[in-house]
Design a binder for this molecule. Structure first.
Ligand code: DWN
Ligand code: ZN
Length: 419
């Protein structure tokens, strides 16, 4: 496959430890860019599809994609809106409430949110009377957040952005990075920026999908070209030491199929207590589950192939019986699942999504039309494939009429379940 100029680079060494023994263990083939929703006028044009392969670093146990796509292509215009999900909004409120209490936040404290999207997290922090500032490269999202009163800089996070904020707003008490740390290729400018802007007694928090859940719950569809790194605690403990930082607490979360929230301080901050148990417990769990060796990963890719065969066979059976199938959640993971399994318009008539910006577009690769939830009533599908399975409960609660009229749901991950 010829290298498209400056579209992507090939990974030759581990971004955490520099190791070069990178063992490929998952290959989903050529997958479209998941945020590349298509207008009808795009449908006849050639679509970028790039290899989606995951490598295991034998030195530090980081899993990482084999290529890095140019972030300017991925993030300057971003369809994903964090605020669409009530579950996620509640998750952000609980985090803001915990921080306000645990770190005694006052109106003078500045909270900076990196990859702040539409201001979803900062809206919750604002409820606690603190100063907030968002940073997100998506020009379309920064416009929405600013219009809704969440000051947001349409920039990538790096040392320059940190210096600009320091001069204009002063040091930050908390810098939060939710679902972005795994998207970053060169962590050096990212962490140098944290060092510059964070108060000496400040807190840096990251939230990333947890590789333990990814492997154990077969969440292969959460791998796409935005997600460069798939973290365990082990590689993270290597990383922060290099930047004069230290993990002082870790929480295992259910959000997004299973994540970890890592709380980090500057090493010079001797007052914040280090909860070594929370770190040790997860390191031991990872080791006990064999996640620090390659075997588990080879078995995982076998499980992934089985999901593909079983899901395709099940949908084929339903179609042979004349059933109408739609999907809910034009998500990034949904694009990966459908494209990897070869499930297209011959199986799924429409994908419902409540994100206004996605409605009227077509899903990457499959070109399945994305529509609003009124289609549930008008098209009366027999089955609804929940592509946003991580929000299955929320989706089922909001479609009670469909359920009560005999509609059924297919949850594809971790095992095919029909309810
Ligand atoms: O890291 C990322 C995660 C956090 O979000 C991003 N790189 C990309 C994105 O991944 P995703 O699209 O797989 O995330 P979600 O949040 O699982 O996507 C859910 C989709 O379902 C969205 O398009 C919104 C939609 N949705 C809906 O239409 N109605 C979701 C809910 C809960 C709803 O009620
Ligand atoms: Zn490594």
């Amino acid at each position: 496959m010829e290298k498209l100029s400056n579209t992507y680079r090939i990974v030759e060494k581990c971004r955490i430890c520099g190791g070069t023994s990178l063992v490929p263990y998952l290959d989903l083939g050529l997958i479209p860019l998941v945020n590349n929703y298509l207008k009808s006028s795009d449908l006849g044009k050639e679509e970028i599809k790039l290899p989606l392969k995951i490598l295991y670093c034998a030195q530090c146990s980081l899993s990482e994609l084999s290529i890095v796509v140019n972030p300017e292509i991925l993030y300057r215009n971003y369809f994903y809106r964090s605020s669409v999900s009530r579950t996620f909004r509640d998750h952000c409120f609980a985090f803001a409430e915990e921080c306000a209490k645990r770190f005694n936040l006052t109106k003078d404290d500045l909270i900076v949110d990196i990859a702040s999207n539409d201001g979803c997290t900062l809206k919750e922090f604002k409820k606690f009377g603190v100063r907030v500032l968002g940073v997100d490269p998506a020009i379309n999202l920064a416009k929405i957040a600013n219009a809704e009163g969440i000051e947001t800089l349409a920039e990538f996070w790096n040392e320059e952005t940190a210096k600009m904020i320091l001069n204009k707003f002063g040091k930050a008490s908390i810098i939060n990075a939710m679902n972005v740390f795994a998207h970053v290729d060169d962590l050096n400018p990212f962490l140098e920026g944290i060092q510059i802007l964070l108060k000496d007694d400040g807190v840096f928090t990251i939230e990333v999908p947890y590789l333990l859940n990814f492997i154990n719950k077969k969440e292969f569809d959460t791998s796409y070209h935005e997600h460069l790194s798939y973290f365990l605690v082990r590689p993270l403990t290597y990383l922060f030491k290099k930047y004069g930082m230290e993990i002082f607490d870790i929480k295992k979360l259910t959000i997004h199929g299973g994540s970890i929230r890592v709380y980090i301080k500057k090493e010079i901050n001797k007052t914040t207590k280090v909860d070594t148990d929370s770190i040790k417990w997860l390191l031991e769990l990872e080791k006990d589950l064999g996640l620090h060796t390659i075997l588990v990963y080879l078995n995982f890719s076998h499980n992934v192939r089985r999901i593909k065969d079983e899901l395709l066979a099940f949908l084929k059976l339903l179609k042979d019986r004349g059933k109408i199938i739609m999907a809910y959640g034009a998500s990034a993971k949904g694009t990966v699942l459908l494209n990897y399994c070869g499930i297209g318009k011959d199986y799924i008539d429409y994908i419902i999504d409540d994100t206004p910006e996605k409605q009227g577009y077509f899903a990457p690769g499959t070109h399945i039309p994305i529509v609003d939830s009124s289609y549930l009533k008008s098209k009366k599908p027999d089955y609804l494939l929940l592509l946003a399975w991580n929000f299955a409960e929320e989706l089922i609660v909001k479609t009670q009429d469909y359920k009560n009229s005999g509609g059924r749901y297919i949850i594809p991950i971790p095992d095919i379940m029909v309810i």
